[in-house]
Design a protein around this ligand. Sequence first.
Ligand SMILES: Cc1ncc(COP(=O)(O)O)c(C=O)c1O
Length: 411
Amino acid sequence: MSSDQAMWEPKYATRAARMQASEIRELLKLLDEPDIISFAGGIPDPALFPVDLIRTAYSDALGKNVGAHKLLQYSISEGDPALRRWIAGYMAARGVPCEADNILITNGSQQGLEFLGRMLLNPNDTALVMAPTYLGALQAFAASEPVYDELSLDPTNRTAASYADAARAGGGDVKFAYVVPDFSNPTGETVSLAGRRHILSLAADLDIPVIEDNPYTTLRYEGEAQPFVQALDVAVCGGIDQSRVIHLGSFSKVFTPGLRVGWVCAAKPIIRRLTLVKQASDLNASALNQAVMCRLAEQEFDAQVARACKSYRVKRDAMLEALAEHMPKGSIWSTPEGGLFVWVTLPDGFDTAALLPKVVADARVAYVPGHAFFADGSGCNTMRLSFSLPTPDVIRDGIERLGAVLKSADI
Ligand SMILES: Cc1ncc(COP(=O)(O)O)c(C=O)c1O
């Protein structure tokens, strides 16, 4: 730690002291070096951004004086009513009948995660998260100083009482279960129907909300779609306003993360309370960006999903084939039906964090060491690979180079 950094450390509140630089964000800096093949960033392929459409949508939105002035003004914290109506239709088509008043627009689903942590967690309360789970969620919740316990999908593994007892021993209560059910970040895996039902039944026993974070759900390349956890709950509890599931959605992976438009879909009392959190935080999401996203969604959503799926599917196939050819013996990896990630587990003895500098130096390839995604820092022999950015040929080349360095590693 530098001396100017050391001067500030004692002054930070506990919640700030717990905020550490994200390994992923640090790694993204590597993308600036042109010869690096990066499987590290989980970011969407910019070649898929509908730039011309977005340009036209901004130009049209600002072209009419009255409309332009309104879109450049502060606006309501809940978000643009037309966009919320479109999202309500999207949710209804996926088994969650709801109204615009069940939707809050957020600056990306990341903001929804941070708000929910703030709204639901007292210090030392427990959040149930899968191992591994989305690192950004761990960071978003960290500000609320929680304890993490592993959300197991094996019903024989843990009882509701054992979760409650562990939370009490840690000085708090179990406050929610968090899950990325479709093509999860980091594993690319999908939670089975039985797994979804188990989460709901555990949540009912503990009387806690379930946060369903589902930004990748439309990027499905094969296989049958599973119902949203929220849809399963709504089907039995009678309606969205009785549901314990809080669903987070996002336009980032389908259109672009640059406009920062995501949403929360939940029972109205939760939306009303979250709206107060949003007001206190940043008043409202950009009215202009919401208007542009609304037009993109209304005009192009299905076509854009089809374009993205077509492109990512080829890349996923290239990565899976190359892994089969080049990974060290004894390695295993996920076979994602969608999303942007493959999760690799190397044989025992490999330490992917320790090996990364060598892989970057010798192979000019980057990945994310898997331990970053475990709340307890385990998973040393795992890594997350994203196939979203490089072309299929570059993916094959990169996996071959990665495999060569791993096979030569002295473990
Ligand atoms: C599982 C998951 N949730 C949420 C987010 C945040 O997405 P955004 O804030 O762009 O909607 C990401 C981004 O990578 C993610 O992987």
